[in-house]
Design a binder for this molecule. Structure first.
Ligand code: 5U1
Length: 675
């Protein structure tokens, strides 16, 4: 009996698996739905009878995972690379030229590349052992990702078992994404259910895959294309094809979906032709893309080229330019920011641009409004690039010639205080300071931010209520909030209130650069906060400094020095700082760069790109403790440039100035004796 069941179960799984592949991957089913359902019912019944015969790769198990409290961490044996970007034709020509230079004279004149659309999703890696799906993980920071095996199992196109003869252990990588139709359908459903909708297909793919409950992921229309190889072990590892294109074809044979728009092309000219073709095709594709990727086809050449930091030299992402769309301006309003700056914002007739529906766009400042002559009712072009705030680019048509021009309000639209525009400045400001609700709200938001005091869970909605109800008038009030007060806020359960109290408490232990940044002094970003902290070492010294003293700080000019001095001269600000300290906010003194006896003291380091083993802030803090000056820009005075992934233009600068570059491994090595 059991033997029969075992045999039948195997048969059913093969039949269902074959049909899933035809249905989901080839889009060409050859079994009527009713027949397919019958097979599933029979398989479920047999598995219910013999539960010990259930295996994770059974088609019944696509949606069987239990919710988890948190994702496990997976360390990628082969790091998941990122890609350098090319924005112009010239960048692509330079990419091709660099490859030619490195490969030398024996390289073909027109190198072969594999070109593919660059999907707007999230990178995921899947390991198959003996042909069975064993583990799936997100890219994370490239070295460590999240274990999303149960969720990836729910994606129909991802086979639980590979076909053909894959290597014994094979890791395949690609992009999980949400096709546009599925995205719209899902958002419609979420809206009907009164749930929050996702802003674009990329966020929804990421949000859907990173659900702790795989049953939710199973309901989301996710899809995946595979495009790269990770680790390969055991038998079959040596039989892999010698080209990228061959790999894609092998993936197909194993039953893995690949992008149907991938192609082999020749030379830089071929790349540029492909780019234009995809740009043309973009709006008719069933999925969202933000550019195309070119990869050298010969894998042996890829290996010879290797990678810089964590991006391969043999591949690049050619990005599409920012997207533009036409819409009309319904209203022009002024928003008040943290420092009182009034930003004109155009409320728009909603329009789909750059993958999201945009209903407002910035007009930057009143001078820009005048220059572009934007008026309510006008037809305008809006632009959105990447994740940046959409902006109004230009007016196409005025609503009418005598529509009134936009005037700068004389009084703050939030607190009614006077608005002033200093001579020569483009920005007009509300003079209400902390009495202005908008400024208070924005200051608190900045204060609690991840790079400032890092108070987890203190989001916009909570801040809004705290300010609205006058529970928090200054950042110092955050530290006296009680569990009861927080529990009474809207959308706040007792558990989250307790968590928030804990997070506020935790933020008491901070660093001087973070604290200075958190204060939200005009023009004091992270780099300046760091420079101030390093120069003065102690807050008291900074409080006692004149504008002239402050101007001695590296990279601080007279305007910033005046803002800093004016900030600390304010009696109100001093009171808030004193209260924050009374409430237990504290930090260690910063070692002055001139401290003797430290091997790096007085040296200037610059950090660029993303580090895997620590955040940029942690790296900075470790260096500061050693008396190192950490600067934001590379100059002749820079001793080392620490370059993580995606290092950007600083690497070039370092090259120009002959500054020594430390990759992450070398940097960690350098710090080792002191950690
Ligand atoms: N289509 C595609 N996207 N993408 C992203 N191919 C591709 N390859 C990548 C990445 C990060 O990396 C490989 C070069 C390994």
């Amino acid at each position: 009996m059991r033997r029969d069941a075992e045999r039948r179960i195997a048969e059913l799984r093969t039949q269902i698996g074959r049909n899933d592949y035809r249905y989901y991957v080839l889009d060409d089913p050859d079994l009527p739905d009713a027949e397919y359902d019958k097979l599933m019912i029979e398989l479920r019944a047999l598995e219910a009878q013999y539960p010990d015969l259930i295996t994770p790769d059974s088609p019944t198990q696509r949606v069987s995972g239990e919710p988890v409290a948190a994702f496990g961490v997976v360390t990628h044996k082969v790091p998941m690379l990122s890609l350098e970007n090319a924005f112009t034709d010239e960048d692509v020509l330079a990419f091709d030229r660099r490859i030619h230079e490195r490969l030398g004279s024996e390289a073909e004149a027109n190198l072969e590349y594999v070109a593919e659309p660059k999907l707007d999703g999230l990178a995921v890696t899947v390991i198959y052992r003996d042909g069975k799906l064993e583990r799936a993980a997100t890219r994370g920071d490239g070295v460590k990702g999240e274990d999303v095996t149960a969720n990836v199992r729910t994606i129909h196109k991802v086979p639980h078992r590979l076909k053909g003869h894959p290597p014994q252990v094979v890791e395949v990588r690609g992009e999980v994404f949400m096709p546009l139709k599925g995205f719209e359908r899902m958002n419609r459903l979420l809206r009907e259910q009164g749930e929050k909708v996702y802003i674009n297909p990329r966020n929804s793919a990421s949000g859907s895959l990173r659900q702790l409950d795989p049953r939710i992921t199973a309901k989301r229309p996710l899809d995946m294309f595979f495009y790269a190889l990770g680790t390969v072990e055991g038998s079959g590892a040596e039989d892999l094809p010698p080209t990228q294109w061959g790999l894609l074809k092998a993936f197909e044979k194993w039953g893995l979906p690949i992008c149907p728009d991938a192609a082999v092309i020749k030379g830089a000219a071929g790349c540029l032709d492909y780019f234009r073709e995809m740009a043309h095709k973009r709006s008719s594709l069933s999925y969202q893309i933000d550019g195309v990727v070119y990869k050298l086809n010969q894998r042996a050449d890829q290996e010879r080229l290797g990678f810089v930091s964590r991006a391969p030299r043999w591949a690049t992402a050619h990005k599409f330019p920012a997207e533009e769309a036409t819409t009309s301006v319904q209203k022009i309003e002024f928003q008040v920011g943290r420092t009182g700056a009034l930003t004109p914002v155009a409320r728009l007739e909603p329009v789909f641009v750059g993958g999201v529906t945009v209903s407002s766009a910035t007009l930057h400042n009143i001078d820009e409004v005048r220059r572009k002559d934007v008026r309510e009712g006008d037809t305008v072009v809006v632009r959105r690039a990447g994740d940046v705030i959409p902006e109004v680019v230009r007016v196409i048509k005025h609503v009418s010639d005598d529509a009134p021009a936009v005037e700068l309000p004389k009084r703050c639209p939030v607190c009614n205080s006077e608005v002033i525009q200093a001579e020569g400045e483009a920005v007009a400001r509300c003079t209400g300071g902390f009495t202005c609700r908008a400024q208070r709200q924005e200051s608190l938001r900045h204060f609690a931010g991840r790079r400032a005091m890092d108070i987890e869970g203190l989001g916009d909605k909570i801040i809004e209520q705290l300010v609205e109800q006058d529970l928090v008038k200054s950042p110092a009030d955050l530290y006296t909030l009680t569990l009861e007060q927080l529990s009474e806020l809207e959308r706040m359960g007792e558990k989250s209130a307790a968590k928030l109290v804990q997070a506020i408490d935790k933020s008491r232990d901070t660093t001087l650069p973070r604290f200075l940044f958190a204060l939200g002094i005009r023009d004091v970003g992270e780099a300046t906060a760091l420079a101030l902290a390093q120069h003065f070492g102690k807050l008291d010294k900074l409080l006692a400094a004149s504008a002239d003293d402050i101007q001695q700080v590296q990279d601080v000019g007279p305007v910033v020095a005046a803002h800093v001095a004016a900030f600390f001269a304010s009696h109100d600000h001093r009171k808030v700082i004193a209260r924050l300290q009374e409430e237990g906010v504290r930090w260690p003194d910063v070692a002055r760069p001139s401290v003797a006896g430290q091997p790096f003291s007085g040296m200037t380091f610059v950090i660029t790109g993303t580090l895997d083993s620590m955040s940029r802030e942690e790296a900075q803090e470790a260096l500061i403790a050693l008396g190192v000056k950490v600067s934001g820009s590379v100059s002749r005075k820079t001793r080392y440039l620490v370059a993580g992934a995606d290092p950007g233009s600083k690497l070039k600068k370092a090259d120009e100035f002959g500054v020594e570059v430390l990759d992450e491994a070398k940097f960690v090595e350098l710090l080792k004796p002191f950690r």
